[in-house]
Design a protein around this ligand. Sequence first.
Ligand SMILES: C=CC1=C(C)c2cc3[nH]c(cc4nc(cc5[nH]c(cc1n2)c(C)c5CCC(=O)O)C(CCC(=O)O)=C4C)c(C)c3C=C
Ligand SMILES: [Fe+2]
Ligand SMILES: [Fe+2]
Length: 366
Amino acid sequence: MYSSKPNAHHDDVPRLGVLVTNLGTPDAPTAPALRRYLAEFLGDPRVVEINRPLWWLLLHGVILRTRPKKSAAAYAEVWEEGGSPLLTIGKEQTEGIATRLAERLDGPVSVELAMRYGNPSIRDGLRKLREAGAERILVMPLYPQYSATTVGSTYDAVFDELKKWRVIPELRLIGQYHDDPQYIESLANTIREHWEAHGKAEKMLFSFHGMPRRYLLNGDFYHCQCQKTARLVAERLGMDDGEWQVTFQSLFGREVWLQPYTDETVKSLAESGMKKLDVICPGFSADCLETLEEIEGENAEIFEENGGGELRYIRALNARPDHLDMLTNLAIDHLQGWPEASPEVLRNRRDPKATRERAKAMGCDY
Ligand SMILES: C=CC1=C(C)c2cc3[nH]c(cc4nc(cc5[nH]c(cc1n2)c(C)c5CCC(=O)O)C(CCC(=O)O)=C4C)c(C)c3C=C
Ligand SMILES: [Fe+2]
Ligand SMILES: [Fe+2]
């Protein structure tokens, strides 16, 4: 049996829904919470694309017995009063986008935050939008660069839920915004502000989350979009070629990942006698474990311990007003061209009570 909106009415006032998504995070910085989160994350065939039975044995037999404890300790270092930074920042971003959309759109709009893994789930986010009356839904993953492991997997989760619904909403999906001029400008703004406050370092690393190189060779163009984002920002700031470099972080497992690796680059720059290094992570729309613990924590230590001086991590765009304005414009761009509501629907929007009564009189109130 397919699921439906509870208390659906024939003449409900249609609403626009926006599902803002990100990767997701554990519910607590503890080993049991990490085990649940990692089982869902690493069990996703888009993330680890190898022979399923073999991976299941390795994941459940080895990785989920050892990694949760180690990861929980790392999460504990960045955990805040409100919870995981990815989630608290995600809530702020969602609120900011919702406020801006309500100001700028004529019709009613509901915005929900959902995470690909963990909570709040994509299933719950979509159901909340349905309950609010959303008949058209824009899915907006906050990943500037497309990758099958992130954006592709988010779409899987959306389709898996929607295929259980009786009335499937009209759907739009945002795939990437890696070269959006306002996104590039927001990154340039944050770098300019950093330089004004702290001066320029000898080099800027643009560090992106990595993935197995095999995924690139099999057609995932994430790598190319990362390169382009970095080049556009460097051009916007008038940086010379030697002043910046793209690297890839967060290596997992034994396979070769996208190179050069951030930690190895940081180490060799320190060994070369560099005293000031800036690092920005433009692929992360919100700060999280991978930026705060890995870059601002671990990599800063690597730099210092190998003879370098100071590694200065430049925070993600998070809930900066220019970022939220950019994301709102992006949503509005992707909402273009949906046919206007009929005059009757527009009338109903103004007077939903009368609409209900009319529907009831027609026997459409079920
Ligand atoms: C196992 C392979 C992984 C691939 C491929 C991968 C791709 C990928 N991930 C992000 C963004 C984030 N990843 C985060 C954490 C994280 N990533 C992996 C593994 C892969 N990621 C693991 C195992 C973890 C969990 C932490 C750990 O145990 O090390 C996060 C942070 C989440 C948080 O709660 O803070 C983000 C964000 C991208 C963009 C990407 C490919 C493009
Ligand atoms: Fe990751
Ligand atoms: Fe490439």
